[in-house]
Design a protein around this ligand. Structure first.
Ligand SMILES: Cc1cc2nc3c(=O)[nH]c(=O)nc-3n(C[C@H](O)[C@H](O)[C@H](O)COP(=O)(O)OP(=O)(O)OC[C@H]3O[C@@H](n4cnc5c(N)ncnc54)[C@H](O)[C@@H]3O)c2cc1C
Length: 682
């Protein structure tokens, strides 16, 4: 009876679709047939529709994959790193690569401090040539080159156009020759500079106010394609992959040094160590951990921590506030503009997703807590309006988002330990970093630095830690090479340095060939750029969904084939539901009616899978390049505590989308719910 009905139903189906040969002979049609069969076989199981796919992957929550106990388990740490900005993140990755037991605590969200407020440049620091800081430029250029080679997904070459105005302090030729020097001094690793006459400037595609210009030139540097905060987070992620315990929203309250103690009664020695008292702001819990070494990577807050814990150093920070404004796109794709602002300092218009980021200001401030003022906005808007010939000058209404932070600039105390600063002009202070270690207490402070310089910071801190903790040759932990590219570089003094990069090209290719069956090529490579091998989790999810909605059909050979199958699948589901409705309205026989209901339930479940598919491959915000698939992954696996963490630091959505648009987004309402649920069950 069942078989007869089934056959007649399929015949019916064919007749409904007669004339549409492609559908009749398509794989989707076969899948649906299979689906109907499965529905029949499992009708009892599929009584309840509305089953949604569950990701096969575990939800890690904010405690990482080792769970809440991870930090507690790592009680006797080799090093506790305070601060989850770029310096702390790279240090954590470096130390855990060598097998040290490390924990990193961040008072706010990862990259919640200065490391989310930069210009996103990975650069040799062309402007420091003005201060004749040749060695710094050399070092930064090398660091830039190394980052471009070891992190090619996120660190990309960027072409700058520098138009020259009559009022500029330096002549056009001098500046142009300067870029050649910069290029050569930087190791010839980027595209060569190029000169522009007034005429050729007009053809560059930049909307320049030509009346003030005498000519210009192009030069190259590099930038962070996906923003500084994502760059930092990926180091945090790698550190965790290699065994580090990482916790955001966990503040270091104080540290107590415990010198070596010998007990004559038990004849045991308790080695010197630090006790660090932490406060988890989310769990609202206090926690004490012990560590052989404390690494203070708290950026602008280093001095406050040192002072509170009576740590004396020979360096300290002074602060320079920097503001950026983000507006609608003003520049040709992936190109940047550099020019002298009216205060004589270099000013940039940089690509940020589908927007343009303008800045920066450079103002001396006494404290690290800063905010954008009307004067900052006026400075930035006046300067850009002067250079560009826009249909309407930019006003504060055009601002989509703002970024503001302080540069922690390192300065030496006049007398070691004294809190009196030198008279040196803060404006010309070097952007170098200083790693200051107290060997007696095993305490390290990381002063200054730049995102560009991060690999050097990690390597130098590691050298210091290694010299204190081990007399043996350093060895990279097993398993690191399978996850990251490990590069060895022989230095001039004969020493060997190790640099850790993103996963290898082969791993990338493997991911892409898997992803491109179900996702467009652009999205697939974007997932790799952002999440590296963790993006496999997202593929697991959509592959599982594909199998469900096609009743275990094999994956399509290409994305296009998959799209066609899904399109046809959708049509067939619609047609079958209509046919089933018609049949059930006519057939009142109890048993047959029940069979029809079962079948309909199965088709409805298929439709739910299809809807889930469509939801996951849709962007979070219309026009953005962040998929719901990614968003759900990020909320569950990237220590997100508030939606702000997701919008501002794991993605660039808060920077590239107007607040009103974010407030209207239905997808964001859904994501907030998912996050709330995830936080309830970490
Ligand atoms: C406007 C601007 C533009 C810049 N542009 C560039 C650029 O284009 N290229 C470049 O290379 N560099 C640039 N920089 C410099 C670069 O951004 C900084 O040098 C770098 O981000 C500093 O990183 P950090 O890890 O030292 O500090 P942070 O990123 O501030 O990290 C320190 C962290 O420590 C945490 N913390 C503080 N106290 C505690 C505590 N008690 N317990 C736990 N955690 C704590 C803080 O919350 C913070 O997140 C720019 C800086 C600014 C301000």
């Amino acid at each position: 009876m069942k078989t007869a009905y089934y056959g007649s139903k399929m015949r019916n189906k064919k007749s409904t679709l007669s004339g549409n040969e492609t559908i009749k002979h398509s794989r989707a049609y076969q899948f649906l047939k299979l689906a109907a069969m499965m529905g029949q076989r499992h009708s009892a199981k599929s009584q309840h529709r509305g089953t949604t796919t569950k990701t096969a992957t575990k939800h890690y929550g904010r405690y990482g994959k080792y769970g809440k106990s991870h930090l507690e388990r790592l009680e006797h740490l080799d090093a506790l790193i305070v601060g989850g900005g770029i310096n702390g993140a790279v240090t954590a990755m470096c130390l855990s690569s060598y097998g040290y037991k490390v924990a990193l605590v961040e008072a706010d969200d990862f990259a919640g401090g200065t490391s989310q407020a930069s210009s996103n440049l990975i650069w040799g620091g062309i402007k420091y040539l003005e201060n004749f800081e040749f060695m710094l430029v050399r070092k930064l250029s090398r660091s830039r080159n190394r980052l471009m080679q070891t992190y090619p997904s996120l660190v990309r070459e960027l072409r700058f156009l520098m138009p020259h105005r009559r009022s500029d302090e330096h002549g056009l030729l001098k500046l142009y020759l300067g870029t050649w020097f910069y290029w050569m001094w930087g190791g010839f690793q980027t595209a060569k500079p190029r000169f522009h006459t007034r005429r050729s400037l007009k053809k560059t595609g930049f909307p320049l106010a030509m009346q003030y210009l005498t000519g210009g030139f192009e030069y190259s540097d590099a930038y962070l394609l996906e923003n500084d905060a994502r760059f930092v987070f990926n180091f945090i992620r790698r550190a965790e992959d290699l065994g580090a315990a990482v916790l955001n929203y966990t503040v270091l309250e104080n540290i107590v040094y415990k010198p070596e103690k010998q007990s004559s009664a038990t004849k045991t020695t308790s080695h010197a160590h630090w006790q660090a008292n932490l406060y988890d702001k989310i769990a609202k819990k206090r926690l004490a951990v012990t560590a052989k070494i404390i690494i203070n990577a708290a950026g602008p807050h280093i001095d406050a921590i040192n002072k509170a814990n009576q740590i004396r150093t020979t360096h300290h920070h002074v602060y320079s506030k920097g503001v950026h404004l983000i507006v609608n796109r003003l520049l040709p794709d992936r190109r940047a503009l550099a020019f002298y602002a009216n205060d004589g300092r270099l000013f940039f218009a940089l690509p940020m997703g589908n927007r343009t980021c303008l800045g920066t200001t450079d103002t001396f401030v006494k404290k690290p807590a800063v905010r954008v003022t009307p004067a900052d906005r006026k400075f930035i808007l006046t300067n850009i309006n002067k250079l560009l010939a826009l249909p309407f000058p930019l006003t504060t209404k055009d601002i989509i988002a703002e970024r503001c932070g302080v540069r922690p600039l390192v300065q030496e105390y006049r007398n070691a330990g004294s809190h009196e600063t030198t008279a040196k002009d803060w404006f010309s202070l070097s952007r170098k970093h200083v790693i200051e270690g107290d060997a007696a207490k095993r305490y390290i402070s990381i002063f200054g630095g730049k995102l560009t310089d991060c690999l050097n910071v990690g390597a130098e801190v590691y050298e210091q830690v290694h010299s204190w903790l081990s007399t043996q040759q350093a060895t990279v932990s097993e398993g690191v090479a399978t996850r990251l590219v490990v590069r060895k570089e022989k230095l001039k003094n004969g020493a060997e340095k190790t640099w850790f990069g993103e996963p290898s090209v082969a791993q990338r290719e493997q991911f892409l060939s898997r992803a491109e069956r179900l996702l467009p090529e652009k999205i697939a490579s974007q997932l790799w750029v952002r999440y590296n091998h963790h993006a496999h989790l997202m593929l697991d999810r959509i592959e599982a969904l594909w199998h469900k909605l096609t009743d275990q059909a094999p994956l399509p050979a290409t994305y296009l084939e998959g799209q066609n199958i899904i399109k046809q699948h959708k049509l067939i589901i619609k047609a079958m539901l209509r046919a089933l409705d018609e049949r059930s309205s006519k057939n009142r026989h109890a048993r047959a009616f029940k069979t029809l209901v079962n079948r309909k339930n199965h088709i409805l479940t298929q439709r739910d899978f299809l809807m889930e598919w469509e939801r996951l491959v849709a962007p979070v915000i219309v026009g953005s390049d962040v998929l719901m698939l990614e968003a759900e992954y990020v909320l569950k696996h990237e220590w997100v505590v508030s939606i702000e963490d997701f919008l501002r630091r794991r993605t660039m959505l808060a920077l590239t989308t107007k607040k009103t648009e974010l407030a209207r987004s239905k997808n964001l309402i859904l994501l907030r719910k998912i996050l709330k649920k995830a936080l309830k069950h970490p």
